[in-house]
Design a protein around this ligand. Structure first.
Ligand code: ATP
Ligand code: K
Ligand code: MG
Length: 689
């Protein structure tokens, strides 16, 4: 097995750092930097101080050129540290996108006239394929685009996308019908109906997502940014007003010198929330990258952050909580019929059924009873399975063969005029359901012959993960189209908190709407086409990569490993992103206190010598105090880059406790650190000045 995560590239690997440094200079372009308004202001401040440096070189102004020059240099470094942080966060994704692009080679597809085997084949380039085209893909060939298997079943190697080289089954009809462009068929042949135009495929979306090209700011990021901009504007106004104020003070006191433009600009940058503003883009991008390490592709940053606040997780049963598909394991007669009769009727009701359940019935009838029908009866009409009717079958030779959920089949038979439901039916259905399997009732015309036992197996190790979700305050609810007893048995085995049985697609949707109206943040995990409406409505919609194309399109997060408990990791990363942002904001704002103590006395001491009392750090000279504050303000950014990229460590503890814990560390730390840091830098600066 080769996984992406098996060969992790370190965050500070040379292969990432070098291109990131180049990229960080491109990001200095004001036309792209304005997207981060606080850093844009710092860049303007750097330009202003560059001008005052040039002027002091020319002998204009009172300040020595070494001072204005160093202030300008460190202001530029402040901006560069921020663009480096963002580029570093993007780096690993870019490296991976490049390797994904390599797999998206130009392939030739075999386009078919009709969606059937044996129809005429026209070779076309992959980029000529359009939605709705059908292609034939045979063993050893690359699948040219995203699509849905409409005929056949094959083994597919998806390593190009998932990093997992063990082949998986992709087949028509069921919840495992979706195939991804760029993956390879290793055995058998399938016919695929293309579902995405070139440029809109999963691989394309994945590449643009991890490259950050389509990254939108999340609502949380926007809210925080509004706060940061407001703070910046306030400090800008304060600094602008300080200039006339200091002129006036100088005149009134009859001594001292007014504050210079360089010092005012330095003060502004030190007070503005530069630490968090510099690291803000990196935090979100790095979070998305951490998820990708876990083989989860988030198609929106918003979904990950919403996951940090999730209260309820709804899970589809088959394929999500239980393994793959339900398989027929036994035919159980009722009402005095024989096993053989049930097998025959079930076979007839499944001949045209392309779902895995239907195919497994055909296989069992053949294996156990030697039954086979090589040709369909001439008059056969397929009655396809739907999540609405919950039954399927075939009409042939004037007879109605059906199989389906117990209530649906009984209702169908009664509708045809059947009156006698066998007395032992309820018992048989109950027994199968209580064991956690799915009973399918088999009928011919008005007669109920027996029940097919479809086995359902709960995925291993799922219970502990649900327990962890519970301890994080997340309620798990299983929703299934299956009957109440089967649902109850599987729910008990998987240890979900609650379940909803016999749910049709619109009931799944309603449950989500109701939970959302009650103020809950809802996550949904599913794989079937019938889950798609619910996925589209959920705040966090996780589709299994094995799922159908509609489910994958409706989702905003795709789990390449198709593991329903991945939500735990998604929640963790979501919480980490929110916490990291909160912690760095606290730190950034708490930092200002020390800077007041460093800069205000330095600025005003020539006018008001009493302010010397505020110089608690005993900084050497006013100029070195200001320079030290500027240097500290810049250096704190690279020092916090590892924290921004890796995220605050997640501790499962109650929210209030966590808040107090973080406030203590980042609030108190934010107040103390700059006193120590600025003093230390001043000692070094003092050696030279
Ligand atoms: N091929 C089929 N033919 C007839 N009836 C079926 C078939 N497949 C499923 N059923 C019946 O329809 C019910 C609903 O099935 P469906 O697969 O839509 O459930 P679901 O809502 O996707 O839930 P889950 O996937 O969690 O089991 C099943 O419980 C079963 O009784
Ligand atoms: K600052
Ligand atoms: Mg399903």
């Amino acid at each position: 097995m080769s996984k992406h995560s098996a060969q992790p590239i370190s965050l500070f690997d040379a292969r990432i750092v070098r291109p990131a440094l180049a990229e960080s200079f491109r990001k200095l372009d004001p036309r792209s930097l304005w997207r981060n308004p606080v850093m844009f202001c710092v860049e303007m401040a750097s330009v202003i101080t560059l001008a005052t440096f040039v002027m002091s070189l020319a002998g204009v102004g009172r300040e020595p050129a070494w001072f204005t020059g160093l202030v300008s240099l460190w202001l530029w470094l402040t901006v560069i540290f921020s663009t480096v942080a963002e580029s570093l966060a993007e780096g690993r994704g870019k490296a991976r996108a490049a390797s994904l692009r390599k797999t998206r080679t130009e392939v030739t597809a075999k386009r078919l006239g009709t969606p059937e085997f044996g129809s005429d084949v026209t070779p076309v380039g992959a980029n000529q394929l359009r939605k709705g085209d059908c292609i034939l893909v045979e063993a050893g060939e690359l699948i040219a685009g995203d699509g849905e298997v409409v005929a056949g079943a094959a083994l597919v190697n998806e390593a190009a996308v998932t990093g997992e080289s063990a082949p998986v089954v992709r087949e028509s009809g069921g919840d495992r019908s979706a195939v991804t462009g760029g993956t390879t068929v290793t055995a058998n042949a399938i016919i695929v109906r293309i579902t995405a135009n070139p440029g809109e495929t999963f691989l394309d979306r994945m590449i643009s997502m991890i490259e950050g090209a389509r990254r939108r700011k999340t609502p949380n990021e926007i809210a925080l940014e509004v706060l940061l901009i407001a703070l910046t504007v306030v400090f800008l106004l304060v600094c602008i007003n300080l200039s006339p104020l200091s002129l006036y003070s100088v005149q009134a006191a009859g001594r001292g010198t007014p504050v210079s433009l360089t010092v005012l600009t330095a003060l502004f940058v030190c007070l503005a929330p530069t630490t968090i503003a510099a690291l803000l883009p990196a935090i979100g991008i790095a979070g998305m990258d951490r998820l990708f390490q876990k083989n989860v592709v988030a198609l929106s940053g918003r979904a990950i952050e919403a996951a940090g606040d999730v209260n309820v997780l709804l899970l589809d049963k088959t394929g999500t909580i239980t393994l793959g598909n339900r398989e027929a394991v036994a035919f159980v007669p009722v009402g005095g019929h024989t096993e053989q009769e049930v097998a025959e009727a079930a076979l007839m009701a499944s001949l045209t059924d392309e779902t895995p359940e239907g195919r497994s019935i055909v296989v069992l009838a053949k294996q156990k009873y030697g039954l086979r029908m090589d040709e369909l009866p001439a008059s056969a009409v397929n009655i396809p399975f739907s999540a609405e009717t919950r039954l399927s079958g075939m009409d042939a030779g004037g007879r109605h063969y059906r199989k389906g959920a117990s209530d649906s089949t009984v209702a169908f038979v009664t509708g045809l005029g059947g009156r006698a439901v066998p007395g032992d039916l309820a018992d048989v259905v109950d027994r199968i359901a209580r064991a956690g399997a799915t009973p399918l009732v088999v009928s011919v015309d008005t007669e109920i012959l027996g029940v097919v036992n479809l086995k359902d197996i709960v995925k291993g190790g799922i219970q502990e993960r649900f327990q962890q979700l519970r301890s994080m305050g997340i309620k798990t609810v299983m929703i299934t189209g299956d009957n109440y007893l089967t649902a109850a048995a599987i729910a008990a085995e998987a240890q979900v908190d609650d379940f909803l049985a016999q749910a049709k697609p619109e009931e799944k949707l309603r449950l989500i709407r109701e939970s959302q109206e009650a103020g809950l943040m809802v996550a949904m995990t599913g794989d079937g086409t019938n889950d798609a409406p619910a996925l589209a409505q959920a705040d966090v919609a996780v589709a299994m990569n094995t799922g159908t194309q509609p489910a994958r399109e409706a989702a905003n997060i795709i789990d390449l490993d198709s593991n329903p408990t991945k939500l735990l990791d998604i929640v963790e990363v979501g919480k980490q992103i929110l916490m990291t942002r909160g912690n760095l904001t606290t730190f950034s704002i708490a930092n200002d206190i020390a800077k007041y103590f460093a800069i205000i006395p330095a600025m005003m001491i020539s006018v008001y010598p009493q302010l010397g009392a505020l110089n608690v750090m005993r900084l050497a000279t006013p100029l070195s105090a200001i320079l030290s504050a500027v240097i500290f303000n810049a250096l704190i950014i690279p020092l916090l880059v590892p924290l921004a990229l890796r995220g605050t460590r997640f501790r499962p503890m109650p929210a209030e406790k966590l808040l107090i814990h973080n406030l203590l560390i980042y609030g108190v730390g934010g107040i103390v650190a700059p006193f120590v840091g600025i003093k230390g830098i001043d000692l070094v600066v003092g050696i030279f000045v």
